[in-house]
Design a protein around this ligand. Sequence first.
Ligand code: FES
Length: 271
Amino acid sequence: MFRIVAKKELAPRIKLFDVEAPEIARKARPGQFIILRVDEEGERIPLTIADFDQKKGTITIIFQEVGKTTELLGELQAGDSILDFVGPLGCPSEIERFGTVVCVGGGVGVAPVFPIARALGEAGNRVVSIIGARSRDMLIWEDEMRNVSSELLVATDDGSYGIKGFVTDILTGVLSREKVDRVVAIGPAVMMREVCRVTPESIPTVVSLNPIMVDGTGMCGACRVEVGGKTRFACVEGPEFDGHQVNWELVLKRSKMFVEEERIAMERGGC
Ligand code: FES
């Protein structure tokens, strides 16, 4: 069992847990994820690691309550435990001195962008971060992102904070004003697809895919995505891929595959 040592509500239905998992904290790298199961009956869900503290032996996860499992998770309190918490899984982000890197985070996607932006800054890059949310109250980790970025730019859909518009509007402006060597984007699939439309092929654009996962070890095929015309398993070959090569149509189609089952689970109140 993995004890929740701290819980915070960052925004409506967006929660943060620090989870005691010293073995995972010791090995975790930016870009990796964990798979958790709330209880015996529960489904497994992947969550990208938002932070890790080797000294305290904790992993930070941030999630939005969007379905039955994340709602059950959100009901847990500090002191409660999570049944299974497995990781770190997936390949770490490529961290090198690239030059200028734009890190784009949308919604809860800001959380997994944070350790990547921090590591890129520590590696000597100029990090321009762009974060966005529907409205000001849904924006998370602004201060954290500012602390690890050379420059932070904010967009909200409704204009209640930062510029009114999308992260891609800001990105277009940044691309036209300075030379950018790499873009990292994490957020809703539609946002990542749009980021890849805005960036020219000459700028490597890395996205972190978050498909449905079951075993997380490359055995079940639940997480398959198509990249560069080839089937890839996001759990072991990702979750980060070259966004220009991703078949977004398929990603979006597969993400809606279990909408009906989710609706039934919510109605039943079970997992
Ligand atoms: Fe089973 Fe990736 S989750 S192969």
